[in-house]
Design a protein. Structure first.
Length: 430
């Protein structure tokens, strides 16, 4: 166990020296395995990991969902989602903020990326809220928090990676994320209502839309509805696998962008390059984390830690709750995907050993990643908004996001306490 603890300590030391976590995990895993098993065995193991990851058919779902999200963003479907939500609830106090959350949920159902959702909605929703006099902290808080719905409401790249690493059914993970995703959206909308109740000037009501405008706006989102029904309905219904669904979704998003005239050769090149860069980043982290996992699994740490926890006499739910607290704290100082892949080799065997469903634990993992994405000082969504919204200070963005961090923590507690929120829908897939 001491070997693994030293490895974790070295990784955190390298992180403090600003070494990227992917390189830190890979280097520590390689050196650690070399010291324990020999350098030839370590090199062979690392080479096998690189080969298996690069040629794994199941991992092709990652670039395909990323490509789908990028095509959707270019097709302008986010604008239509926001307009549809705006026509129905824009006239109530805080209505534009509520509409932003609903649009983020809809966009998340066809994107799968938190950063892409936040970046897209900052261009779609922020100008409208600014025009109607919304407080800057509420506008940025809503967009940053709403963006995290992109990784809970399926499809989700985090769920795909978790499913592959832990060998958990990806279709069931997608089904498990639906109710918690809607719960998170409702909790965020409750936060908006609380802010505008305390300070009505923070989110004034916009003009009321006519019913003809509402029906017209609904007709405009048929493309979103069709993609969601075909991709997710096909996966849940067993008509095709998650990988095949991702391919169909990426193709559908491509044709939507093409038919709408928003896909020039230049934009197509940009989409492909952006998708390739994002995929390369994710695969680099995944390969490094797998190398480090091989080192941790070769030590006695997972078994020793499990035995130690069992001897403490804590209830199984208290153990998982303690893990979630560790994740929330780590999320304030670490990049979220690296954090998850760094800790899964240690925590996952304990959770399954205690008899918990890996699908339920996967939903909890996504929730703590959501919290980490908007937790100062290193929440990724916060820096995305700071880069895109000129004139908006990071201090103001930090100010607006704390309430939504609290709302997501409440959602995490509810999903921890009531496992049925996550497991009810996957139960129909057995």
């Amino acid at each position: 166990m001491i070997d693994a603890l030293i490895g974790f300590g070295v990784i955190f030391a390298l992180a403090l020296l600003r070494v990227p976590l992917a390189f830190a995990m890979g280097a520590v895993g390689y050196v650690g395995l070399g010291l324990l098993r020999g350098w030839e065995a370590s090199a062979a193991s690392a080479a096998q990991v690189v080969y298996d990851t690069g040629f794994a058919y199941t991992l092709s779902v990652v670039p395909l969902f990323i490509l789908m999200g990028n095509f959707v963003a270019r097709a302008g479907l986010a604008n239509e989602l926001f307009r549809a939500a705006y026509t129905f609830i824009g006239h109530v106090r805080g209505g534009l903020a509520h509409a932003t959350i609903l649009a983020c949920a809809g966009f998340g159902a066809i994107c799968g990326s938190s950063i892409a959702t936040a970046a897209t909605m900052s261009k779609v929703a922020y100008p409208s809220m600014q025009k109607h006099g919304y407080a800057g902290y509420l506008s940025t808080g809503v967009i940053a928090a709403g963006g995290t719905l992109g990784i809970m409401i399926p499809p989700s790249t985090i769920m795909v990676i978790y499913g592959i690493v832990t060998e958990t059914n990806i279709g069931k993970l997608f089904a498990a994320g639906v109710i918690p995703g809607l719960l998170c959206a409702l909790m965020m909308m409750a936060g908006v209502s609380w802010v505008t109740w305390r300070d009505p000037t923070a989110g004034p009501a916009a003009e009321r839309s006519t019913w003809s405008e509402r029906w017209r706006a609904l007709r405009d989102i048929w493309g979103v509805a069709l993609l969601v029904v075909v991709v997710l309905g096909g996966i849940y219904g067993g008509f095709f696998t998650a990988t095949e669904g991702a391919g169909i979704g990426a193709s559908g998003a491509f044709f939507f962008a093409w038919f709408r005239g928003s896909l020039t050769w230049k934009i197509l090149y940009e989409v492909l390059v952006e998708s390739a860069r994002t995929t390369a980043m994710l695969f680099t982290i995944l390969i490094a984390a797998t190398i480090f996992s091989s080192f941790v699994n070769f030590t006695t740490m997972p078994g020793d830690l499990k035995d130690w926890i069992l001897h403490l006499g804590l209830s199984p739910l208290m153990v998982v709750g303690a893990m979630m607290l560790i994740y929330v704290l780590l999320g304030t100082i670490m990049e979220e995907l690296s954090m998850v892949l760094l800790t899964i080799p240690v925590f996952f065997p304990i959770v399954t050993g205690l008899g918990f469903d890996p699908v339920w634990f996967g939903v909890l993992i996504v929730l703590v990643v959501q919290i980490g994405l908007i937790s100062p000082p290193v929440g990724m969504n916060l820096f995305v908004l700071n880069a895109l919204l000129k004139g908006m200070s990071l201090k103001e963005i930090f100010r607006g996001v704390w309430l939504f961090v609290a709302m997501l923590v409440v959602a995490l507690f509810l999903c921890l306490e009531f496992q049925g929120l996550s497991l009810w829908l996957p139960g129909f897939m057995d």
